[in-house]
Design a binder for this molecule. Structure first.
Ligand code: GAP
Length: 445
């Protein structure tokens, strides 16, 4: 389990502008969060790493950006309108609704089993034994398209980004002249009317997903499935810098799997509130393409030149929530340490992910010659590293603490000696060591 508490992370996120409660001044809205100036930097860097490893570094994976609202027939064919459900219980005393499986700490969604487990349980809100029997509850967020609000104008905010990937399979295959195996990737928002959003940004109603669907010959399903499991594990460790012992595999039992999956393995991260799902790899078989083909009457089968056979491709899916990855990155990087008799909070982020790569300070902010030299250094570093923060508030010690807390790997100070020999002091976030180096060497560090 992570040594940091969720309260410490929530407090850091609010204090330093990573994440704010959505609609905070109106009392918030459960399950919705706003990413602040530092949060959006970290989130964008995580997305960029994912996009690079999934799309740019590969030759046969193509990106798309589909609409959030699609023809509702998509979600009927995909099984979401009837099958995208969670088990729910109501309290007849206080009206609260709870996820039945969460109340009994079970991964099962089987109503008969849950009913047994719920015997004798009280409502966590009012403490009374007034819970109904469990029933299924659909999580699709509904809306109406156009000026008339009736059954014919109902549509849905997408519950997963995958939907628009399946319905664009043929468009992408044709325009990119793609041959199996090939993949389609997408990063975007999805919406789920979760019964009990909780644990900060872990379980939310508006989420962002990074998903990739890999279209294959059914004969290759086992090997491809293993490859994408391995990809996810390696990505988290090598590209995002998460410690291997913070991760653990969880295979879904048959009754836990989504309606479309024949096999599912999640990577769990050891969050402060327990080891929970971060990243799923699923074998979706030909479930989606076959159903869309049937419902739309468009042929989505594939002719394989090599074997001279026609079949509906299988899909191996790699799906991860950005918010969950963001929370895992923060929890894994968060440290409290004693330095010179004082406690410091330090985010030991992978330097490539830190919201700011460098912080630049003039030793004294009332010395124009130091300020203009420091601005010059900032402009040079910005050209290479993008975000380089200017920090001239308080004394140097305070600046270091502030930058440690947001994970800035290096603090650079311009002092009087800089004006003579073009050297600056550079201080390392993790070791707290300070060195004098030539300005021209900063990039190498
Ligand atoms: N297309 C497959 C799919 O959506 P999922 O397991 O329902 O599968 C994939 O979701 C990932 O999306 C999860 O592993 C998790 O990281 C993230 N996710 C799902 N529901 C979420 C929620 N309510 N809040 C935050 N992230 C969520």
């Amino acid at each position: 389990m992570s040594k940091v508490t969720l309260e410490q992370i929530v407090s850091l996120c609010k204090r330093r502008g990573f994440v704010f409660q959505a609609s905070e001044i109106y009392g918030g809205l459960a399950g919705f969060w706003d990413y602040g100036p530092l949060g959006v930097e970290l989130a964008n860097k995580i997305k960029a790493e994912w996009w690079k490893s999934v799309v740019t570094d590969k030759d046969n994976i193509y990106g798309i950006d589909g609409a959030i609202i699609q023809n509702p027939k998509l979600w009927e064919a995909s099984g979401h309108v009837t099958g995208f459900t969670d088990p729910l219980v109501d309290c007849t005393n206080c009206g609260a609704r709870h996820r039945a499986d969460h109340l009994v700490d079970s991964d099962s969604t089987d109503l008969t089993e849950l009913k047994k487990l719920l015997e004798g349980k009280t409502c966590p809100t009012c403490g009374k034994m007034t819970l109904t029997e469990p029933r299924t509850y659909n999580m699709m967020m509904k809306t109406w398209v156009g000026p008339i609000e009736d059954d014919s104008s109902v549509s849905y905010l997408r519950p997963e980004t995958a939907g628009s990937i399946f319905i664009n399979y043929e468009n992408v295959r044709e325009t990119m002249r793609a041959k199996l195996p090939f993949g389609i990737a997408q990063v975007g928002k999805a919406f789920r009317n979760e019964i009990s959003p909780r644990d900060f940004i872990f379980r939310v109603r508006e989420l962002e997903q990074m998903e990739m669907q890999y279209f294959i010959n059914p004969d290759d399903q086992d090997k491809t499935y293993q490859d994408w499991r391995e990809f996810a594990w390696k990505f988290l460790i090598e590209r995002i810098g998460i410690k291997e012992d913070s991760l653990v595999w969880n295979e879904h039992a048959e009754d836990e799997r989504a309606h479309y999956a024949s096999k599912a393995h999640d990577i769990y991260f050891k969050y402060p509130f327990g080891a929970k799902e971060l990243w799923g790899t699923h074998n979706r078989t030909d479930f989606d393409l076959s159903n869309h083909s049937k419902a739309s009457k468009k042929d989505l089968s594939y002719f394989d030149e090599q074997s001279k056979s026609r079949f509906t491709p299988f899909v191996i899916e790699s799906s991860v929530g950005l918010g969950r990855m963001f929370l895992a990155v923060l929890a894994d990087a968060y440290n409290e340490e004693e330095v010179n008799g004082e406690t410091r909070v330090v985010l030991k982020l992978k330097p490539e992910l830190a919201p700011y790569r460098f912080a630049i300070s003039p030793l004294l902010k009332n010395k124009p010659e130091l300020v203009s030299k420091a601005r010059e250094v900032q402009a040079e570093l910005k050209k290479v590293y993008g975000n380089v923060i200017w920090d001239d508030n308080g004394n140097i010690g305070k600046r270091y603490r502030r930058q440690d807390e947001i994970g800035t790997p290096y603090c650079v100070t311009v002092d009087f000696q800089t004006l003579d020999d073009d050297t600056v002091t550079i201080r390392d976030r993790d070791t707290t060591e300070q060195k004098r180096v030539k300005i021209s060497q900063l990039g190498d560090i």
